[in-house]
Design a protein around this ligand. Structure first.
Ligand SMILES: [Mg+2]
Length: 274
């Protein structure tokens, strides 16, 4: 019996699982296509807010994995919603992040304050982006000292890339939190918000667990990811089965040292079919 047979629904992380930077992880596309063909319900969940869901869906389709944008939940979507709630009606936001995150925040009804005007913002939103600089850090600190709310997409310190990890959102957030003495509310994994949104998407599909009498529905859903601190710890907290893949951030030694360890450890996604 293949590992995937234990599950009806799968939450699948993207970076370090499906691809590394622009390079697909070998075997991931074929595995995902086979799982979809076998009737598994899949929702992709990522802490990476750099692109909108439609762009991730397009990348997956280019790899031969047929998926609609509604099946992709990003920490950017969740953080934008938290930011919109924090800003309130007619509120404003200062966003440290990519343009697609700024667009998601604006879509919640908040107005965007750019440059030094961000000092007056009602909420500061933080996410990794390559243009981060001292000016952004100073503006964020001024806004936070003035009482703005602080929301971030994740605490992930790094981002798996070909040739070695790059600094992630957590590295930039550490600077903002240190400068301001504040602690961010996190939209992405391991916090519950993203899991709640993803499980809602799963429930809206044709998701039907086969063994609902035998075990709780959550145990028929697996969180599959490459980072113990976000994917595995978050999946467990959400009541899901957990599968660590070793194609990204975490090593087998880290998996063995984790307390408690992931339910399953596989080299890469293809291990689901074995
Ligand atoms: Mg990952």
């Amino acid at each position: 019996m293949a590992l995937a047979d234990q599950f009806d629904g799968l939450l699948v992380d993207l970076d370090g699982v499906v691809w590394l930077g622009r390079e697909p992880v070998p075997g991931s596309a074929e595995t995902l296509a086979a799982l979809l063909a076998a009737g598994k319900e899949i929702v992709f969940v990522t802490n990476n807010p750099a692109r909108p869901p439609a762009r991730y869906a397009e990348r997956l389709r280019e790899m031969g994995v047929e998926v609609v944008p509604e099946r992709i939940v990003t920490a950017g979507m969740v953080a934008a919603r938290l930011a919109g709630d924090a800003a309130g009606r007619g509120g404003s936001a200062f966003v440290i992040g990519e343009s697609s995150l700024k667009e998601m925040v604006v879509a919640t009804g908040a107005s965007l304050l750019e440059g030094e005007a961000g000092r007056e913002a009602d909420v500061v939103v933080v996410s990794g982006h390559r243009g981060f600089d001292y000016g952004e850090l100073l503006t964020a600190k001024r806004a936070l000292d003035g009482g703005a709310a602080l929301v971030a997409t994740s605490h992930d310190p790094t981002m798996p890339m070909p040739g070695g990890e790059w600094p992630g959102t957590g590295s930039i957030l550490a600077a903002v939190e240190t400068a301001s003495g504040r602690t961010a509310e996190i939209g992405g994994k391991p916090e519950r918000h993203l899991f709640e949104m993803a499980l809602d998407v799963l429930a809206r599909g044709s998701f039907r667990t086969k063994d609902v009498e035998k075990e709780p529905r959550e145990r028929r859903v697996a969180m599959i990811g490459d980072r113990i601190a976000s994917d595995i710890d978050g999946g467990r907290a959400a009541g899901l089965a957990t599968v660590l893949v070793l194609s990204g951030s975490s090593s087998r030694a880290q998996a063995e040292a984790a307390e408690p360890p992931p339910d399953h450890v596989i080299e890469n996604l293809a291990g689901l079919l074995r």
